[in-house]
Design a protein around this ligand. Structure first.
Ligand code: SAJ
Length: 413
């Protein structure tokens, strides 16, 4: 049983708001804090500022029961959960500015026995840094019983309200007591195992999980380049090799997107630049893949132009960063589509993305670009560039007969 009855969740984004809602669902009094007035207003009205299955129901229930409210200012609470962004500074170094600002805002509210948890994905040492910011603001608390912990989230967008409950969690404490207190808080809603460690190990664990996936995707992407050079079908090759009982190669694609896997490994590279060689190489391989795909498209377009004497019509299928979602953040598909639109000025570019209603800003307003249904795009195109293996595209391979197809996902093989 947690001794904590009120929690302030700082940062009501993709992780903070679901965490606030699930705590409130389990009887904890939660104050949400955000720098955006729009977010604060939405939450106080019992609504959500972004789409995540079931989240709206949780938030409206919690607000109705009087267990969840939001403000711009950080209030007093028994515990704080900081879930703010950690973007890059120049050269892929993590920017801890939002974490430091959150620490400075909560420091004046502390009495001396609170629990302060960092949930943001962070480089090793960030929780210690957050504590240092608090103590710099409040030197009187240096000998107090304020506890600090790091508890990274590992939920998959689209399944957040389920995985918050079912996933195992890693809790790193600044002391064993801090870890125990944080564990008791997460036990109010988490049914998975809660594994205790120190803050640096917990920070590193999250980065390592996403780097593991990045490195393995890079292996598949490197194979796709090697196979193109050697005239081998990489999809068949991987399928065959994966019959080995201890081999499980992931799938190549047009690059790695999203706001986690393409970002987190850089935090390790930044922390150990001379040693993190495979992790850096993986990032470079995955980041290099979109340019390779654009070059393939250019070569295909050149061939069509030579054969027909006119600029080819190009259909680009998919903009999202992975299948069956509408999330375009850090999407290699969107970057490729934008490059193609910029470089193929004489061509009509027919963009297909069934999960969006209008062209995103990067493509909107370009004269040569239109958003069209998949069937129309394929019918009119000379070159079909498949970038995302949305289920909606699965049966369309046959319609591409006689066209030049660049299938970066192997969906139509
Ligand atoms: N991808 C490939 N080939 C593959 C698998 C994925 O090219 O075989 C690409 C996808 O198309 C996409 C990117 O990788 O562009 C990332 O997609 P993903 O499904 O692997 O992961 P995310 O970014 O949606 O979520 C990850 C998850 N981490 C791990 O699986 C280790 C999730 O559990 C984390 O909570 C999330 O990052 C996060 O927030 O850190």
């Amino acid at each position: 049983m947690s001794e904590i009855s009120s929690v302030a969740v700082v940062g009501l984004g993709y992780i903070g708001l679901p965490t606030a809602a699930i705590l409130a669902e389990n009887g904890v009094r939660v104050h949400g804090v955000d720098v955006s007035q729009r977010t604060v207003d939405a939450v106080n009205a019992g609504t959500v500022p972004f789409v995540e299955p079931d989240l709206a129901d949780f938030v409206s229930r919690a607000v109705e029961k009087g267990l969840l409210s939001a403000t711009l200012d950080t209030p007093k609470a028994d515990a704080y959960i900081v879930a703010v962004p950690t973007p890059f500074k120049d050269g892929h170094a993590p920017d801890l500015g939002y974490i430091e600002a959150a620490a400075r805002a909560l420091a004046p509210q502390l009495s001396g026995d609170e629990l302060v948890i960092l949930e943001s994905t962070s480089p090793p040492g960030a929780t210690e840094r957050m504590a240092e910011v608090v103590y710099t603001e409040r030197p009187d608390l240096r000998e107090s019983k304020v506890d600090f912990a790091h508890c990274p989230e590992r939920v998959l967008p689209g399944r957040v309200m389920v995985e918050l409950v079912t996933n195992d969690r890693i809790v790193g404490g600044s002391t064993p007591r801090a870890a125990q207190r944080a564990k008791a808080l997460y036990e109010t809603f988490c049914e998975g195992q809660i594994l205790l460690t120190d803050t640096r190990t917990a920070e590193m664990a999250k980065l390592v999980e996403n780097s593991f996936r990045d490195v393995n995707i890079a292996f598949a992407n490197e194979l796709s380049l090697i196979c193109a050079e050697l005239g081998i079908d990489v999809w068949e090759l991987i399928e065959l090799a994966n019959h080995h009982p201890r081999v499980n190669i992931l799938q190549p694609g047009p690059g790695v997107g999203g706001h986690c896997i393409a970002v987190d490994p850089w935090f390790i590279v930044d922390a150990a630049p001379d040693t993190a060689r495979i992790i850096r190489a993986a990032r470079e391989i995955n980041d290099g893949k979109p340019k390779w795909v654009v070059d393939q498209a250019k070569a295909a377009a050149f061939d069509v132009q030579q054969a027909t004497g006119r600029a080819p019509v190009v259909a680009v299928l998919g903009l999202a960063f992975k299948p069956n979602i509408d999330d375009l953040r850090e999407s290699p598909a969107l970057n490729i589509a934008t490059e193609v639109a910029q470089q193929f000025t004489g061509s009509r570019i027919l963009v297909v993305e069934p999960h969006v209603e209008e062209l995103p800003a990067a493509l909107a307003g370009r004269e040569n670009v239109e958003l069209v249904p998949a069937e129309d795009g394929i019918r009119e195109a000379d070159v079909v560039l498949l970038l995302v293996d949305h289920d909606a595209f699965a049966g369309l391979g046959a319609a591409t007969e006689g066209k030049t197809v660049i299938d970066t996902r192997g969906q139509w093989r």
